[in-house]
Design a protein around this ligand. Structure first.
Ligand SMILES: *[C@@H]1O[C@H](CO)[C@@H](O)[C@H](O)[C@H]1NC(C)=O
Ligand SMILES: *[C@@H]1O[C@H](CO)[C@@H](O)[C@H](O)[C@H]1NC(C)=O
Ligand SMILES: *[C@@H]1O[C@H](CO)[C@@H](O)[C@H](O)[C@H]1NC(C)=O
Ligand SMILES: *[C@@H]1O[C@H](CO)[C@@H](O)[C@H](O)[C@H]1NC(C)=O
Ligand SMILES: *[C@@H]1O[C@H](CO)[C@@H](O)[C@H](O)[C@H]1NC(C)=O
Ligand SMILES: *[C@@H]1O[C@H](CO)[C@@H](O)[C@H](O)[C@H]1NC(C)=O
Length: 387
């Protein structure tokens, strides 16, 4: 959740070189390439370090320098046998085999309607909810419920008609359930402070019941924005956006800042058959609530409250995540080498990887509406980096 834009930018860089398919020499053996079974994607140092000095494997056995990576995190880390690697900010080119599983594992804000702090949340949809027009709500009529209006439309609640292509990414729901079931074997960390904070979310209507429960493993979606937001109005707004843009199927529980960029990079490389988009797992552990409990202010929730969940969320990346990594390795021959068949649509709003999107206006119309956008010269520069 705390990832700064610089990291997103370097991920885009990684994504574009991923498209170009550059080959990296590893360990001074020019012809040796590696095809890790699992690539753990971490977004910033505490998320990465949660996986270091653990008994199961040593990610620091190989530190591989890759030109073009973020100056903050210039290396990819791998185990001795290169079966498991970790990229901080993303760097698929090192060897994005189509057999590799990408495991995005980061912390996130959490909606008390759907989950709680400390929980591990596994996404089917990643929705770039703030890719909209915005008018400050104070400049709207007093009956306005939100300042966010989908692009190409003039009032809330309408499906966008100017399409960028990164609005929604849909992941393999069957793989998600398999991974979540592995994680359910974990004994998640919690803290007394987090327990006390959760209790504030008890209401007579029970609308935040999920927020009051002990940490668990939940299958629900991730909303990505580069604004770190707090409060009821934005929470409600983006809930509505998630539901609308996924045609009623999606429900966000996690709010993060970078999954759309990671997924766009992986979509591009999957279009070039360098990775398999149906082998992505996106797990987010809840570090803080995205809105206050009844009676508290949005500012209190963001700035003052000690929610006590940052530590448990970081720990649970490992505690829950290790079960996922081990599950994949243990079941490699039986299941994962050949893959977990997705019974849902997998990909973006354009149907870029084939199949028929189960959200959005349909491939043809989305492309028309995406082309439309170019006339307004707001083309996503990233799209030009890969042909
Ligand atoms: C890899 O880097 C980490 C710190 O980032 C260091 O602790 C470790 O010793 C390095 N491994 C090797 C093999 O040099
Ligand atoms: C909001 O109020 C304005 C005028 O104050 C009115 O024109 C508009 O129809 C109202 N919108 C809704 C959704 O009620
Ligand atoms: C789970 O963790 C808690 C706190 O660390 C511990 O008290 C409990 O015994 C653990 N339960 C299991 C089944 O390992
Ligand atoms: C979310 O959608 C519901 C149902 O359409 C609506 O009543 C509510 O005002 C919307 N919330 C926001 C913040 O726009
Ligand atoms: C991902 O979303 C953030 C926040 O909306 C945005 O700044 C960034 O450009 C997006 N990246 C891609 C590749 O769409
Ligand atoms: C999704 O909903 C929009 C309207 O909200 C509709 O135009 C579109 O056809 C729907 N797409 C699918 C795949 O159901």
């Amino acid at each position: 959740m705390n990832l700064k834009q610089a990291l997103t930018a370097s991920l885009l860089l990684a994504g574009s070189s991923l498209c170009a398919g550059a080959i990296v020499n590893i360990d001074k053996a020019p012809h040796k390439t590696i095809a890790p079974k699992v690539f753990i994607v971490s977004m910033f140092a505490p998320e990465a370090e949660a996986w270091w000095n653990i008994p199961e494997f040593n990610l620091l056995a190989h530190n591989i320098s890759v030109p073009g990576l973020s100056p903050l995190f210039p290396e990819v880390h791998c185990t001795k046998d290169h079966e498991i690697c970790q990229l901080i900010t993303g760097e698929g080119e090192i060897n994005a085999a189509t057999t590799t599983y990408f495991f995005i594992a980061g912390i996130a804000g959490v909606s008390p309607r759907t989950a709680t702090i400390g929980s591990a949340m596994f996404a089917r949809y990643a929705v770039q909810v703030a890719l909209q027009y915005e008018i400050d709500i104070r400049e709207l009529n007093s009956n306005a419920s939100t300042g966010y209006i989908a692009q190409g439309t003039d009032s809330p609640g309408q499906y966008p008609t100017n399409i960028y292509g990164t609005e929604v990414f849909e992941l393999n729901a069957d793989l998600r359930t398999v991974a979540a079931n592995f994680a359910r074997k974990a004994n998640l960390s919690d803290s007394a402070t987090a327990q006390a904070y959760r209790a504030h979310y008890k209401t007579p209507s029970g609308k935040y019941k999920a927020g009051t429960l002990a940490p668990g493993v939940v299958e629900c979606d991730v909303a990505t924005t580069d604004v770190y937001f707090s409060g009821n109005i934005l929470g409600d707004t983006f809930e509505n956006t998630t539901k609308l843009w996924t045609n009623g199927t999606g429900e966000y529980c996690a709010t993060a800042q970078e999954d759309n960029a990671t997924l766009e990079a992986l979509l591009r490389s999957s279009m070039h058959k360098r990775t398999d988009f149906s082998r992505i797992i996106a797990m987010r552990t809840g570090s803080d609530f995205d809105r206050p409990y009844p009676g508290a202010s949005a500012e209190y929730n963001l700035f003052e409250a000690d929610q006590g969940a940052f530590g448990p969320a970081i720990e649970n990346l490992y505690v829950a995540g290790i079960k996922v990594v081990q599950g994949i390795l243990d079941g490699w021959h039986h299941t994962f080498a050949h893959g977990v068949q997705a019974s849902n649509y997998v990909g973006d709003i354009f149907g870029s990887l084939g199949g028929v999107p189960d959200f959005g206006p349909g491939r043809k119309q989305a492309l028309v509406e995406g082309g439309n956008l170019k006339k307004h010269s707001r083309v996503n520069l990233f799209r030009k980096t890969c042909k």
